[in-house]
Design a protein around this ligand. Structure first.
Ligand code: AMP
Ligand code: ZN
Length: 133
């Protein structure tokens, strides 16, 4: 099976491109969460956040910032979410790294996917110790 987003980068599958350079392509999501929802991908295939090179990640992030600015300036978005899902267990469905740029609007129906409530201090400290390595 070929990679869907590599095919879009190569131009062999149609997409509504909004940005392209040697390192990064951005195109409209065909199932938009809100108007202007687009995806930023590296031109070089990387499966996910853990596989992409730091340089390609930085390039994608910089383009996501440009598109977030355009969403605010041109689409009159009231805010923007950048979302990356890394691995199937975290909702990833297309296994070529991508950043969702999701413009936000008043009453757009989007909801925070967790309920903020205080965590157990001991668990927070323990997991922090693991993350410090
Ligand atoms: P994720 O579930 O985070 O891996 O995101 C994959 C995204 O790719 C979804 O939001 C899909 O709607 C989007 N998608 C799938 N196929 C295409 C396509 N051919 N063109 C544009 N977006 C697509
Ligand atoms: Zn790919």
């Amino acid at each position: 099976m070929g990679c869907l987003f590599c095919s879009i980068v190569a131009g062999s599958i149609p997409a509504t491109i909004v940005y392209r350079d040697d390192d990064v392509v951005a195109f409209m999501d065909i199932n938009p969460a809100t108007p202007g929802h687009c995806l930023v991908v590296p031109t070089r295939h990387a499966e996910d956040l853990l596989a992409i090179t730091p340089g390609d990640l930085a390039a994608c992030t910089a383009v996501a910032q440009v598109l977030a600015r355009r969403a605010v300036d041109e689409l009159e978005a009231v805010g923007v979410n950048l979302i990356n899902s890394c691995r199937a267990g975290a909702w990833q469905t297309v296994f070529h790294f991508h950043i969702h740029v999701i413009p936000r609007y008043e009453q757009d129906g989007m909801v925070l996917p967790w309920t903020p409530e205080p965590g157990d201090a001991a668990v927070i400290a323990l997991t922090a110790a693991s993350l410090r390595g």
